[in-house]
Design a protein around this ligand. Structure first.
Ligand SMILES: *[C@@H]1O[C@H](CO)[C@@H](O)[C@H](O)[C@H]1NC(C)=O
Ligand SMILES: *[C@@H]1O[C@H](CO)[C@@H](O)[C@H](O)[C@H]1NC(C)=O
Length: 444
């Protein structure tokens, strides 16, 4: 699957013809939490996210090529596609690239979604990406010139996620995000073989990764930012937001900003798409954990396959730590929490305290970054959560202990969206820096 960087660079130039520049204001997208529409309580939302984690892991019987966790993603953006516009909903995923939506032609090969499937015959702005031109051939590792179902050649697109595969045709369409219109290359998906429930009713994904086909790459923007409202808050009243381009940025304010340089990516797809961070250690309470920085390092386990590393992913609900770090954190918390610990009442959870206790007894977790990066403080509510009426538990998991976890996923640390809530995150790709600022995301 590896492609020389040269191809990607070439494609970035040739993609220009499909990307109509968005206005100088940039794009602003409102995000809803998947469960918000169903009026669930905060505990139900956390429990459902845990169930989704377990369900996906149970299906990961090996052969997983990449730590892509989009199937558990919880934050969804609504947009319009085509003219006249059709409504669509996409999971926002910094762990993958392609923008895609299920298409009417795929029935019954698609999973159910809450909205009708997008039908390109009903849009006067739908266009196919030609197979013969250079664009399809070098577009990205996901695309190639192939044979379509009814015969003839077409630019096909295939993406493998941890939860399965999607396949379809690469086309272009006019996307409307609020008042901004932009023409984007996207996957019109005609076959999806995914773990049932993976998308929880959404129509597809908006990829924000580093690859050429992601939303941010297609717009030729060099920054985006988002602020995720906690699961427990009423998302119908307080939606989360994603900003791409000129509208992206931190809002000022007094809260301290921590900047962390991105770590260098492997050149091979899909590892080339991820946002790696140079985590070197952790402190819980006042105890620095005895974990070597090397535990968080990237290493090549086979040609083009990389294990380890630390990826920040809006598409995973919960953080999973490499085994050495998880074990050290767990023993230190057991020592510090002592008699406050109670037995977990839900399978898959490890450390719990009585409901209402976490805020008082659970210490903050501090993530230490190398490369001149600062420390990010994770308050208790960003790694513990209420799971039922009686208990609050740690919702941070051991990457190696998950059933069926194999290389490279079982040795990669993933910073999930629960840990990112109520922080404004600015991905400044031009300068290679990720900035974090504590924020009340519901007031944006
Ligand atoms: C798509 O729309 C066209 C035009 O309205 C319609 O004839 C066709 O049946 C639709 N396709 C599907 C699969 O619903
Ligand atoms: C990860 O899985 C591989 C098998 O795919 C195994 O050999 C390795 O020991 C596992 N690593 C950890 C830390 O459990």
């Amino acid at each position: 699957m590896a492609k020389p960087l040269l191809c990607l660079a070439f494609f970035c130039a040739s993609l220009w013809w499909v990307a109509v520049a968005a206005s100088a204001a940039g794009l602003r997208l409102e995000l809803t939490h998947i469960d918000a529409k169903n009026c669930r309580t905060g505990e139900e939302r956390v429990r459902r996210a845990i169930e989704r984690t377990r369900r996906r892991l149970a299906s990961m019987g090996g052969g997983v090529a990449a730590p892509v966790r989009w199937s558990e993603t919880q934050y969804v953006a609504e947009y319009l596609i085509g003219d006249p516009p059709q409504l669509s909903e996409a999971i926002v995923d910094t762990g993958s690239d392609l923008v895609w939506t299920q298409c009417a032609a795929c029935r019954p090969g698609c999973f159910g979604q809450d909205l009708p499937y997008y039908n390109s015959s009903r849009s006067r702005t739908a266009q196919a990406v030609p197979c013969d031109g250079a664009v399809c051939a070098v577009a990205s590792p996901e695309t190639r010139c192939g044979t379509r179902g009814g015969g003839g050649r077409a630019c096909t697109v295939v993406v493998r996620y941890a939860a399965g595969d999607i396949a379809g045709l690469l086309g272009t369409e006019v996307f409307t995000f609020r008042s901004e219109k932009v023409r984007l290359a996207f996957g019109c998906v005609t076959a999806s073989r995914l773990t049932p429930g993976s998308l929880d009713g959404a129509s597809g994904i908006i990829g924000l990764g580093r690859g050429a086909l992601s939303l941010v790459s297609q717009l030729r923007d060099t920054k985006f930012s988002y602020c995720l409202t906690p699961y427990s808050r009423d998302a119908a009243v307080h939606p989360s937001h994603l900003f791409v381009g000129a509208s992206a940025g931190l809002n000022g304010g007094d809260a301290p900003v921590t900047s962390v340089p991105f770590a260098e990516n492997p050149k091979e797809y899909p590892f080339s798409s991820f946002y790696y961070l140079p985590l070197v250690g952790m402190t819980v309470g006042s105890a620095r954990l005895a974990v070597a920085a090397a535990a968080f390092g990237l290493r090549q386990v086979a040609t083009g396959v990389w294990a380890g590393g630390v990826v920040i992913d809006s598409g995973s609900p919960f953080t999973s730590l490499v085994d050495a770090a998880y074990q050290a954190l767990r023993s230190e918390l057991v020592r510090q929490l002592g008699a406050s610990l109670v037995r977990p009442r839900i399978e898959g959870l490890d450390l719990c305290v009585a409901r209402g206790d976490a805020g008082g007894v659970v210490p903050p977790l501090v993530l230490h970054f190398g490369g001149g990066g600062g420390d990010v403080v994770v308050p208790p509510e960003n790694y513990w959560g209420s799971v039922d009426a009686a208990t609050e538990c740690m919702v941070l998991f051991n990457a190696a202990a998950r059933p069926g976890a194999t290389l490279p996923l079982n040795e990669t640390t993933i910073i999930g969206n629960y840990m990112q809530q109520d922080k404004h995150l600015l991905y400044d790709l031009g300068n290679g820096v990720l900035s974090f600022q504590p924020a009340d995301c519901s007031s944006m």
